[in-house]
Write a protein that binds this ligand. Sequence first.
Ligand code: 5GP
Length: 202
Amino acid sequence: MIKKGLLIAVSAPSGSGKTTLCRNIVSSRPNTTYSISATTRPARKGEKDGRDYLFLSRDEFEEKKQKGEFLEWASVFGEYYGTLRQLVENTRNEGKDIVLNIDVQGASQVKKRCPEAVLIFILPPSIGILEQRLRNRKSDTEDEILKRLQLARTEISKIDNYDYIVVNKDIKDSVDKLLAIITAEKSKLERMRGEIDASCRA
Ligand code: 5GP
């Protein structure tokens, strides 16, 4: 029988380097998939439908929501974002681990619906450094930067819902920590029970 894959949800304030870290986890581990979310926000330059997100109209998103197709969904900066239940289930049932890059509202829904999920929060080294990173991106207006910083404080206040915290000072060090967390989670007794051969038991 195929062992169900791990569900790993990663959250972080905008500008913490979360997407880079999630993509790195997936490229560093075999049998690990990045969950492509659905969103109503317009595609940014360089983003591709089906690779970065599934870009939907509000009506299309609403319809999927009504039909219960989302494992979780949330409104972030006035746009909808959601994880398709079927995609997660199919991936896990194939024995593959799946990484969800989702906000704090979504992560708390995931924990309620899938208590076995592993929730990881990426922290910036400080709010000052986060502000600096947001400014260096040069992609947001002053107003947007202030809104992102305010949201960051609210998100950090939800940290108690998470199982692990990684402070992202250095990408390589953070990727190593994330991989170590996943390895440890996969070695937990509950997840290994099926592998204890009868001949190894007393
Ligand atoms: P961005 O628009 O910058 O790609 O993402 C904005 C925020 O939405 C990020 O915090 C990201 O993690 C979150 N997000 C992306 N996809 C999902 C999703 O499927 N569900 C939830 N709850 N949040 C998401």
